[in-house]
Write a protein that binds this ligand. Structure first.
Ligand code: FES
Length: 106
């Protein structure tokens, strides 16, 4: 059985569709993205350098870092465009009572 810690950092209405916000939780700096009524959470720090992904350009499920224009799939963390080469960490999300709940391995 996998033990997880559930974080409850933000409400679903706190993010407009097509936007992203940064949240700090459990010592992590995360980006929470909203695509329609779907929510995705990744590390906010770009794996290529100093860019913060919540400040990037979100198009569908692709986030483009505004530092060097590398991009990632926010559903899987996979690199879409270089210069990024290392995948982004993604976190499982559950919506409950209007909150975006994030499951972390304990
Ligand atoms: S810091 Fe994000 S693409 Fe370089």
């Amino acid at each position: 059985m996998t033990v997880t810690t559930t974080l409850d950092p933000i409400g679903t209405e706190d993010i407009a569709p097509g936007e992203a916000v940064q949240v700090q939780a459990a010592g992590l700096t995360l980006a929470v993205f909203r695509v329609g009524d779907e929510f995705y959470v990744t590390d906010d720090q770009c794996t290529h350098g100093p860019g913060l992904l919540h400040e990037g350009c979100l198009t569908g499920y692709e986030i483009e870092c505004d530092f060097h224009q590398g991009s990632f799939n926010i559903r899987t963390g996979e690199v879409i465009e270089p210069p990024c080469t290392v995948a982004l960490r993604v976190y499982p999300v559950t919506l409950r009572d209007g909150r975006v709940m994030i499951d972390l391995p304990a």
